[in-house]
Design a protein around this ligand. Structure first.
Ligand SMILES: NC(=O)c1ccc[n+]([C@@H]2O[C@H](COP(=O)([O-])OP(=O)(O)OC[C@H]3O[C@@H](n4cnc5c(N)ncnc54)[C@H](OP(=O)(O)O)[C@@H]3O)[C@@H](O)[C@H]2O)c1
Length: 272
């Protein structure tokens, strides 16, 4: 166990997970608490974050959680969130920029406002929160164990598919690109920056498609590995990047998508 703890454990680390009260953010927060970290869970609905933190604290894990409200949708809200974080800790080892929103409409009706809202939260919010938390990330960064920033992108940011979520897909491609830019800029400060590019996972955002067994089974047919994602898929990737063993990885866009981003419909000679 000492071997695994040395590579994947996060004991003593402090983490912030935006949007950590549901879906993929909750899976990330759970993994970090189970592996020993203290996790701050934030989203607009602070009471939900408090409730989820209480549930995680009742797991009997070595880590702990606290929840409070935090919005990444505007400069003022981010300033308030950063103040709230600074009042709780003077160093941050792990930042998960997970909060995200989507908007779906046919191309003919796709509203202008659906660009601003989605790009604000998914891209500008992610960038601005990271920028404002740099002093806390610097405070934990070292050669042996850099501070970690993990952005949540999407398979939709990797492959050209929108299914009506035009601003969302473009925002996730922007997240992937920004991840590499920040990885380059922040390496000298001993901060790694990586992204998850998940395929379909159960969450509030995808409840319309994955919220029932029947829906999940239908979505699974689109996934080469034949199922939607589950909490362990996110947990394993979280600890891989955030444990000491992940300290030499920066600029990676990690597909967690059951093979979706590697499939293609091109056959050169295979079906002659
Ligand atoms: N589920 C999937 O299949 C999938 C696939 C690829 C990528 N992703 C990405 O994974 C991330 C998590 O999404 P999810 O699928 O787990 O959906 P979710 O359950 O809807 O979670 C989104 C979270 O973001 C929070 N949030 C929304 N706007 C916010 C804001 N302005 N400030 C702070 N928090 C905010 C929400 O809480 P409040 O409403 O309380 O603010 C919620 O906790 C997103 O970035 C999403 O794009 C999801």
């Amino acid at each position: 166990m000492a071997y695994l703890e040395n590579l994947f454990g996060v004991s003593g680390k402090t983490a912030l997970v935006t949007g950590g009260s549901s879906g993929i953010g909750r899976m990330i927060a759970t993994a970090l608490v189970q592996a020993g970290a203290h996790v701050m869970i934030v989203s607009r609905k602070g009471d939900r974050c408090e409730a989820v933190a209480a549930e995680l604290n009742a797991l009997g894990a070595t880590g702990s959680a606290e929840g409070f409200s935090g919005d990444v949708g505007s400069q003022d809200a981010i300033t308030a969130l950063v103040d709230a974080v600074k009042s709780r800790t003077d160093k941050l080892d792990v930042l998960f920029n997970n909060a995200g929103v989507s908007w779906g409409a046919p191309m003919a009706d796709f509203p202008f406002d659906a660009w601003q809202k989605v790009m604000n939260i998914n891209v500008a919010g992610l960038f601005t929160l990271t920028r404002e938390l740099l002093p806390l990330l610097d405070a934990s960064a070292s050669d042996a164990d850099p501070a970690r920033v993990v952005n949540i992108g999407s398979v939709m940011g990797t492959v050209p598919v929108a299914e009506g979520a035009y601003s969302y897909a473009a925002s996730k491609a922007a997240v992937h690109h920004l991840t590499k830019i920040l990885a380059d800029e922040l390496a000298a400060r001993r901060i790694t920056v990586n992204a998850f590019a998940p395929g379909p996972f159960p969450s509030k955002m995808t409840a319309f498609a994955t919220g029932s067994e029947e829906g999940a089974a239908k979505v699974s047919k689109n996934v080469p590995l034949g199922r939607i994602g589950c909490a362990d898929d996110i947990a394993a990737a979280t600890l891989f990047l955030c444990g000491r063993g992940g300290s030499y990885i920066s600029g990676a866009i990690l597909p967690i998508d059951g093979g979706m981003s590697a499939q293609n419909a091109i056959h050169l000679f295979g079906n002659l």
